[in-house]
Design a protein around this ligand. Structure first.
Ligand code: IPE
Ligand code: IPE
Ligand code: MG
Length: 245
């Protein structure tokens, strides 16, 4: 059973800190499939279902933003068949999501350069953006063709454009943050990486400056509400000093 009750069940006096923003590197799909003698694609399909369950759970316990790493700027290095399969799954997933977003109260946003994706995928992203614009509440940010360095370089280029156009205000961390894909969204308090690797793999490099990092061996398709609860428990045990005492 989940340790954290949904907002509806929980009394106001229940002591807990549920992070406002949780980030997840959805890793381990391929190994999950391999362990079962299945093609890697089957792992990606299972991973998409896990995203649906985890997003719903995060929404229910009062998380405001969930940012997930779905496809990195480096993942294009994979064999074409795997990339095509992942893109196909994304198309399918978005088609289903478009039908359910309003009913499920899950807004979807995309971080990353989506202009290079297939016309079908871009069309579905445009549709989800339009639906998200007329909703409020829980937001899932899907990082697609996303790289932390790419995001920082694009923000710097944007700033250069503004400066060339006559911007006179000095550049501050706040203003720079506003030029990232995540502009306007608070930094994640908690970042979880399932799949056993102990690295960021170019995820949220700017935003994770003071994020609490949690690594787990569980492969993403096996990840569930209980793992989110464990991570939140661990987060609540951390002493966040931000350089102070
Ligand atoms: C994460 O799972 C999904 C993507 C990177 C697209 P992987 O495909 O990296 O799975 P492993 O790490 O090989 O098990
Ligand atoms: C990070 O996983 C990217 C996503 C989960 C989308 P990778 O599997 O690509 O990372 P590395 O190659 O192990 O660093
Ligand atoms: Mg991986």
């Amino acid at each position: 059973m989940a340790l954290f009750k949904s907002k509806k069940e929980a009394g106001d006096d229940q002591p807990r800190t549920v992070p406002c923003h949780i980030a997840v590197i959805m890793d381990g799909n391929g190994r999950w499939a391999k362990k079962r003698g299945l093609p890697r694609t089957a792992g990606h399909a299972a991973g998409a279902e896990t995203f649906r369950r985890v997003a719903t759970y995060c929404r229910d316990i009062g998380v405001k933003y969930l940012t997930v790493y779905a496809f990195s700027t480096e993942n294009w290095k994979r064999p074409k068949e795997e990339v095509d399969a992942i893109m196909g799954l994304l198309e399918k997933y978005l088609l289903e999501a478009i039908e359910k977003m309003e009913r499920d109260h899950i807004r979807l946003k995309f971080f990353g350069d989506t202009s290079v994706l297939s016309p079908v995928l871009r069309e579905r992203i445009a549709e989800t953006d339009a639906i998200s614009a007329r909703m409020d509440g829980f937001q899932a940010n899907v990082c697609l063709n996303y790289g932390g360095r790419d995001e920082i370089v694009r923000a710097a280029a944007r700033w250069a454009e503004l400066a060339a156009a006559g911007e006179t205000e000095p550049l501050t961390e706040e203003r720079f943050s506003g030029l990232l894909w995540s502009g306007g969204i608070p930094d994640p308090e908690l970042l979880i990486r399932p799949g056993g690797e102990l690295r960021l793999s170019n995820f949220l490099l700017w935003q994770s400056a003071y994020t609490e990092l949690i690594f787990t061996d569980t492969l993403w398709p096996d990840f569930d509400a209980r793992e989110i609860d464990r991570a939140i428990e661990e987060f609540n045990r951390r002493d966040r000093r931000f350089g102070g005492l």
